[in-house]
Each structure stands twice: as structure tokens, then as C-alpha cells.
Design a protein. Structure first.
Length: 250
């Protein structure tokens, strides 16, 4: 779960339902979820409402200010660990305008564009290699997301997602009949600045993945040819800011 959020140098508590089952705070930009225990979603869930902002997802009460062109930093915390070292896989970030207060938007109407992605980074002595999720672990369980420069002011939902591939293989001797694991988290932002870029070509999160993409069915434990790994989901938005996340081969 995203337990901490930093925007424009200010820290905000996220929402972690594992945190001693504390009540949902009124001042967090992290969307509510019932996902106690950090249970994943699977390809079978990719066309269901819960893929939008996690199991039981519902609107945050506040949208925190952030300047277009700067980074939002997100820190994960699962149960006793920031992120499991076995859960290799890509990290993808999407953004959707709320066209008003994000606290009131119907999440099923949100239209997202992909603003950044990072997947396989480099080979290692281990067959699985080094992925974006491993970079997150090495950075105190944290990830920086660049909000596109020049983005028009307004309230937006940032959909931040880790896709774990450790049990994705479903061929002979399958690791899991369920496939890849999806861990989406949503954060409400109030983008500030004088930008003019408008998101008018977004899509419903329930159309991001079919669940049958080869990249979501990879056996990462046998040293496969990582160069043929194709990032799942739609293409990057043309208005996205240039950043290292966009280069998923290191």
C-alpha cells in the first residue's frame, strides 16, 4: 500500500488498511481500499471496477497540491516490508482528470492516460533479472512520478501500479493458474501552474489489459530473453514528461 506521499516538498500520510485497522483518515490523498493484507488483483479482474483503484476503492477526501513538472514521491509499505523482493515486475503510472473535485468523481467515469512506465532494467546473475520493482525496493520502497510539465491546472487522480510477475507463468508446470498480480493505488492531486496541456484522450482503466498479453504470462525464472518484454497497457501519452521511467531497458 502507498503509506506516504510527498508533493511539492510536503509529506502526507497515505492510507494503509494494514495499519492496525485504523479508521480512514480525513486528510489523506490516498484512496480508501479494503485490501487488507496486500492481496493482489489478477487478469480475471482486469475488466472489473476494482482494477481502477484497488479492492473496495473509494475517493480520497482531499486532493493535495503539486506543481506541474515536478515529482510526486510515493512510499510503499506492505506487511512488515516495503515490497517483497520476490515480486519482480514493472511499475506503471496513469493520470486522469476529475473535471471537478476528485472527492466527488465517479471512479468508473475516469479516463486515464499512461504518463510513465518502467519494466525490465538489466540482467543479473539471477535468472529473473533486475526490474522496476527492485529499484523501488532499493529506494526505501519509494517511487518518484513526474507530473507532466505544462499540464493544465485542476484535480487529477494518479493511478500508480506495480505488476508482479513472480507467479505469472501459466504454461506446463505453471506457477499460478491466476497469472500476473496487479497492485493499483490511487492518489488525488490538485495540479497547479499555468499549463495548457489537456487530457482528452484517456481511456477507462478497465480497458488497459486483456489479461492474456504475453508480457503478463512470462516465466521470468528461466532467464528468458528480456529484450522481448513488451510493456502492458496503452502507449505513453504524448504529453508525458521525459523521464528515466520511460526507458524500460535501463
Amino acid at each position: 500500500m502507498v503509506a506516504d506521499v510527498w508533493a511539492d516538498g510536503t509529506h502526507y500520510n497515505g492510507f494503509n488498511p494494514n495499519d492496525n485497522l485504523k479508521p480512514y483518515p480525513s486528510d489523506t490523498p490516498g484512496w480508501y481500499t479494503t485490501n487488507v493484507g496486500g492481496s493482489p488483483l489478477y487478469p480475471i479482474d482486469t475488466n472489473q471496477p476494482q482494477i481502477i483503484c484497488a479492492k473496495g476503492g473509494s475517493n480520497a477526501n482531499v486532493s493535495v497540491p503539486v506543481t506541474a513538472g515536478t515529482d510526486v514521491r510515493l512510499r510503499w509499505w506492505q506487511v512488515n516490508v516495503a515490497w517483497p523482493s520476490s515480486h519482480h515486475g514493472p511499475i506503471i503510472n496513469y493520470l486522469a482528470p476529475c473535471n471537478g473535485p476528485c472527492s466527488e468523481v465517479d471512479m468508473t467515469t475516469l479516463k486515464f492516460v499512461k504518463i510513465s512506465e518502467r519494466g525490465f532494467v538489466r540482467k543479473t546473475e539471477e535468472a529473473e533479472g533486475y526490474w522496476a520493482a527492485d529499484e523501488l525496493i532499493a529506494d526505501d520502497g519509494s517511487w518518484d512520478v513526474r507530473i507532466p510539465a505544462g499540464l493544465a491546472p485542476g484535480e487529477y487522480v494518479l493511478r500508480h501500479e506495480i505488476i508482479a510477475l513472480h507467479v505469472a507463468y501459466t504454461g506446463t508446470g505453471a506457477y499460478s493458474s491466476s497469472g500476473a498480480e496487479f497492485y493499483p493505488q490511487c492518489v488525488s492531486l490538485k495540479v497547479e501552474g499555468s499549463g495548457m496541456k489537456v487530457i482528452n484522450d484517456g481511456v477507462d482503466a478497465r480497458t488497459f489489459y486483456s489479461g492474456s498479453e504475453p508480457s503478463l504470462r512470462k516465466n521470468i525464472h528461466t532467464g528468458f530473453d528480456h529484450s522481448d518484454f513488451v510493456m502492458p497497457g496503452p502507449s505513453l501519452w504524448t504529453g508525458a514528461s521525459a523521464k528515466k521511467e520511460r526507458s524500460f531497458f535501463g
